[in-house]
Design a protein around this ligand. Structure first.
Ligand SMILES: [Zn+2]
Length: 267
């Protein structure tokens, strides 16, 4: 009886181990298949994947990479690239971000999330209303000169509180907030007689003004921009839909450039 019990237990254990091994085999096989799909050209096309090196070398590919990432984000198909903690050690050797983002500090406008990018991809400067000062200029120049980042995107967003304050211009704003209002005020004044939503018009005009500010910034950015070695464009993020729209006004009449636009779609 006792022998029978032991044989029974061994049989059950052997069966369980076999079942477990088979299960592991199934999982392993399934993962292998998934990896093959993920690496396929078709998967890359469907998910708007743009090669990182191409985006770093050519700012037009950089724009395409940002657009593709934003599309994934909007469709809830983010792939969260390069967010593995193992990458931290590798990136400690250096960084080659493919875009500089000059954005608003608003907690709802996180560049890596809304563009579905990862560690080492974006060099980001954020202030309220993406207002720039001396330190911001130096930050952006550093990205271009030292890190070789050839794409600068001024990223504003809908319903921006800083732009709203520049429209309303409260009397005696506290502390240093007045510096934000003063910087955005020209955009608010320029659109005040324009048809449509006053705040959204001012948001767009503020972005266009800031793009021009960087294109004319002596001595580093203006020269690089005029020589066609650097792309400086504007975009607006919609807080309600998650969509980033690159502003046509900032993509037209650009100086002649060495960068090829061949095989680039969706610009
Ligand atoms: Zn804002």
């Amino acid at each position: 009886m006792r022998n029978c019990l032991i044989v029974g237990i061994i049989t059950v254990l052997a069966f369980a181990q076999n079942a477990c091994a088979q299960s592991r085999g199934t999982v392993k096989k399934k993962r292998t298949t998934e990896t093959a799909v993920i690496d396929s050209a078709q998967w890359r096309k469907v998910n708007n994947i743009v090669n990182r090196d191409s985006a770093y070398a050519n700012p037009y590919y950089g724009i395409q990479k940002l657009k593709g990432g934003n599309q994934r984000f909007q469709l809830s198909k983010s792939i969260y690239p390069r967010q593995d903690p193992a990458l931290i050690k590798q990136l400690s050797e250096g960084q080659l971000p493919f875009a500089t983002i000059v954005g608003c500090s608003d907690s709802r406008v996180s560049s890596e999330i809304l563009f579905d990018q990862g560690f080492g991809d974006l060099f980001v400067s954020r202030t309220a209303g993406q207002v720039m000062a001396q330190a911001t200029y130096g930050t952006i120049e550093y990205a271009y000169l030292i890190l070789g980042t050839k794409l600068i995107v001024v990223l504003g967003h809908s319903s921006c509180g800083a732009v709203d304050a520049a429209i309303k211009r409260p009397e005696a704003p506290p502390g240093h907030i007045v510096s934000l209002i003063n910087a955005i005020k020209p955009a608010a004044i320029k659109v005040q007689k324009m048809q449509g939503d006053k705040l959204e018009n001012a948001v767009r005009q503020n972005i266009i003004n800031q793009v021009m500010e960087l294109r004319q910034l002596e001595p580093v950015l203006s020269r690089a921009y005029d020589r066609g070695e650097l792309l400086i464009v504007g975009a607006v993020y919609n807080l309600s839909t998650g969509m980033v729209e690159f502003l046509e006004e900032t993509l037209q009449n650009l100086p002649p450039t060495q960068f090829s636009k061949n095989d680039i779609t969706g610009l």
